[in-house]
Design a protein around this ligand. Structure first.
Ligand SMILES: NC(=O)c1ccc[n+]([C@@H]2O[C@H](COP(=O)([O-])OP(=O)(O)OC[C@H]3O[C@@H](n4cnc5c(N)ncnc54)[C@H](O)[C@@H]3O)[C@@H](O)[C@H]2O)c1
Length: 326
């Protein structure tokens, strides 16, 4: 258990970073660094110190050097934006990560980095193992591969403790729901308003959806385990579901009358995605949240948020009777 440490969470005002910050701020001193590019100040736990800064700022280095653990979630996360502005995306995602690594050489902390399943591209060898050759299909995916390599080099050459986590499709409360956001947050928000759920393609494409609390758990295990140092791990549930099945589940769970409509496939969309999570299980990971329980919790949160007129409730309560095990 990580206790009484100094933790830096970059991107801690965003979706995943804020969940990491909330969990760790119970027993640690947490500093959130975020420039609020897509993040929201309201997401930051009250117990954490918030520093509004770009990860590329010089002054961020001072905070990073002091930290026992750095969870680096800040990034340009939109694949679409990475095509529109590949240079800007590269600057934040690669150069930003490199600056953090350089600052960490002057301290004694460990870095856990948010990579992505986008590094695999459209690879048919499912379930995907970490040993598959990365073949990203977007500038965003390229930046994640490059950053992973920088972590590995800093580990091998300087002995810096680093871990890369390749997140698959993460979902849960606080996820944004603009047009480029995750399909689950978009579907839930449309279902709650009775608007059509738009599926691009035939709906038989599959994804490995993992609930954000399980992603937090993977981060903590990776941080605590010395065996994880210098390595890369998939973070998923190790199960996939089709988008059409997902749309029907969300309709059922929200009681929505939304229609499901089909549009033409989007260029670059991959057909199937599924993580082999054997390596992560080797660190003691077991997903606790099945898709249905995760969806119920997420729907509850978005429904409350819509009632509040878009003002986000700050915390995400635990399920009453259990921890979402399923
Ligand atoms: N959500 C997913 O399914 C998923 C999947 C794979 C990987 N990831 C990775 O996980 C991480 C977190 O993603 P998320 O879904 O929480 O997205 P998010 O947009 O909610 O969070 C990203 C945060 O980074 C901040 N940020 C962006 N540029 C910054 C900069 N230059 N300096 C400081 N802060 C900056 C944003 O303001 C935001 O708060 C990202 O690195 C993303 O690439 C997410």
């Amino acid at each position: 258990m990580i206790k009484n440490k100094l933790i830096v969470v970059t991107g801690g005002a965003g979706f995943i970073g804020s969940h990491i910050a909330w969990e760790l701020s119970k027993d640690n001193e947490v500093v959130v660094i975020d420039n609020l590019y897509t993040g929201n100040r309201e997401n930051v736990p009250p117990a954490a110190r918030f520093v509004k800064a770009d990860v590329r700022d010089e002054r961020v280095g001072e905070l990073i050097r002091e930290a026992d653990y750095v969870f680096h979630e800040a990034a340009v996360v939109s694949v679409v934006e990475s095509f529109r502005d590949p240079v800007g995306t590269e600057d934040v995602n690669v150069s930003g990560t490199l600056r953090i690594l350089r600052a960490m050489l002057e301290g004694s902390g460990k870095l856990v980095f948010a990579s992505s399943a986008a590094v695999y591209g459209d690879n048919p060898n499912l379930p995907l193992k970490e040993t598959e050759r990365p073949r990203p299909l977007s500038p965003y995916g390229v930046t994640k591969v490059a950053a992973e390599h920088y972590l590995r080099v800093y580990n091998e050459i300087y002995g810096l403790p680093t871990v890369s986590l390749r997140y698959f499709n993460v979902f849960g409360p606080r996820q944004g729901f603009n047009q480029y956001a995750g399909v689950i947050s978009i579907f839930i928000n449309r279902a709650l308003k009775g608007e059509p759920l738009v599926i691009y393609g035939d709906g038989l494409q599959t994804r490995d959806f993992v609930y954000v609390k399980d992603v937090v758990k993977a981060n903590l295990l990776a941080a605590e385990s010395r065996r994880a140092n210098g390595r890369t791990f998939n973070v998923g549930r190790g199960e996939s579901v089709s988008v059409i099945k997902l749309a029907n589940m969300i309709k059922e769970l929200t009681g929505s009358m939304s229609r499901i409509v089909f549009d033409k496939p989007r260029p670059g969309d991959i057909r199937h995605s599924l993580a082999d999570i054997g390596e992560l299980k080797g660190l003691g990971f077991e997903p606790e949240w099945n898709l249905r329980r995760g969806l119920e919790k997420t729907i509850e949160w978005y429904a409350e948020e819509q009632q509040n007129g878009g003002k986000k409730p700050k915390s995400v309560s635990k399920p009453k009777s259990e921890s979402g095990r399923g």
